[in-house]
Design a protein around this ligand. Sequence first.
Ligand SMILES: NC(=O)c1ncn([C@@H]2O[C@H](COP(=O)(O)O)[C@@H](O)[C@H]2O)c1NC=O
Length: 523
Amino acid sequence: MSQQPIRRALISVYDKTGLEELAYGLAEAGVEIVSTGSTAARLTEVDVPVTAVEDVTGFPEVLGGRVKTLHPRVHAGLLADRADAGHRTTLEELGIGGFDLLVSNLYPFQETVAAGASLGECIEKIDIGGPAMIRAGAKNHSSVAVVVDPAGYDEVIEAVQSGGYELEQRKRLAAQAFAHTAAYDAAVATWFATTYAPDEVAVETGWPDFYAETGHRTATLRYGENPHQRAALYRGGGDAAGPGLAGAEQLHGKEMSYNNYVDADSALRAAFDFAEPCAAVIKHANPCGIAVGADIAEAHRKAHACDPLSAFGGVIATNRPVSVALAEQVAEIFTEVLVAPEYEAGAVEILTRKKNIRLLVVSPPDRAARSEERAISGGTLLQSADMVDAPGDVPSAWQLVAGPAADEALLADLAFAWRAVRAVKSNAILLAADRATVGVGMGQVNRVDAAQLAVTRAGDRVSGSVGASDAFFPFPDGLEVLTRAGVRAVVQPGGSVRDEAVVAAAEEAGITMYATGTRHFYH
Ligand SMILES: NC(=O)c1ncn([C@@H]2O[C@H](COP(=O)(O)O)[C@@H](O)[C@H]2O)c1NC=O
């Protein structure tokens, strides 16, 4: 029999959202309710008949709640397969009632850790009895329905009234239940490995001996990077309510594609590296323009001007609300995605004149809070995010290695170029003027070609521009491509064994060159 009537329910919930309505519905349908301590107290307060779990177990709730439901009378009731004659006989002989429904949610361990509670409080918020019950009921889904999310309470009432859940529904509920306890256990294990009981290597390096990433599917995508690839979006469990692209709200446009997400993420990374109003235009995860401006519309105008040809069909991110002026500009350009922290009144109406543009609202991503992951065959690489706060990222920490010191305006352009080059795939050379990119050489396998590409793209604008190189010049040749074309100042990490020759080339060309001591590869 696929449908399983609900006659007896065990309710043990920390989060009491929707509890009363659920209990009224169950009581009205004549379902017997068994509950733990404060869940039972709440139901009694609202006049719902309830049996205390202690009356079922014949054992008091003890040790400050550490032992409430951890009892054979509870677990046999959850684990007995009603289709198994032997199980039924055992329950009868022992006088144990079976449960048809378990409603439970767990102590808020993750929230307690996030709130900075003491280690002792965090330990106390590790739920033991709840996961044990949930896992028991979920294993025995042929007989028991397990509900772990208050959002499912309406469905519980519907099921009770219609004669119980179908087997397929109980299987799905069990799948959700195991996902719930798995994410919970992953959070506990991660906290032990990182904070409470890290091993020696973790203490020394910050990398725990255990790593778990759990997530919920929030979208299936039409396809992956190419039409023959399948793809979906999962939102990180630890990040569930957090900021970032995976939780962005889409206001308009077609469904986001896999490549849209990748490009929008690169665009956000670039735009939010700057404190001033900044716009980044991205294609294939590389910038075709980044600029800062007095306001966001000016920033976008400057970014777009870098390479209008490539900006066609691009993805734009801004680190400021989209103004009406910006909306008017973007509405004129074929744009796949615009992602921003907010849209000012009227901006969305202007942009939606374009049927296909995807408009996303995003809370600023907190990249520092997460390790960056990359799948490799058979494993995963983790690294801390490359932020713009490395020691050599502040111009005051740079070393002047050639030519005269830059004046304020030149230094501002160099500082802009140094930040912006981080958004360019290596090997990267970026040329800028007036705090806007004018030529980007990206993704080359040698630095000379990257320099040549940047110069070619900049065209006439190369003369008087400044250059940034994501890593040192291994030979003078790459730098010479820039100086011959008219670049007047360069910032680069330095540190090549041939630094002397590179500096000599800069001196000979009469340009200013700074060394940052910090590298920003981006692959
Ligand atoms: N120890 C136990 O036997 C036990 N059984 C259930 N719990 C949890 O206790 C909470 C409900 O308790 P109360 O009804 O007292 O608020 C639920 O989050 C449930 O997951 C337990 N608590 C922790 O492990």
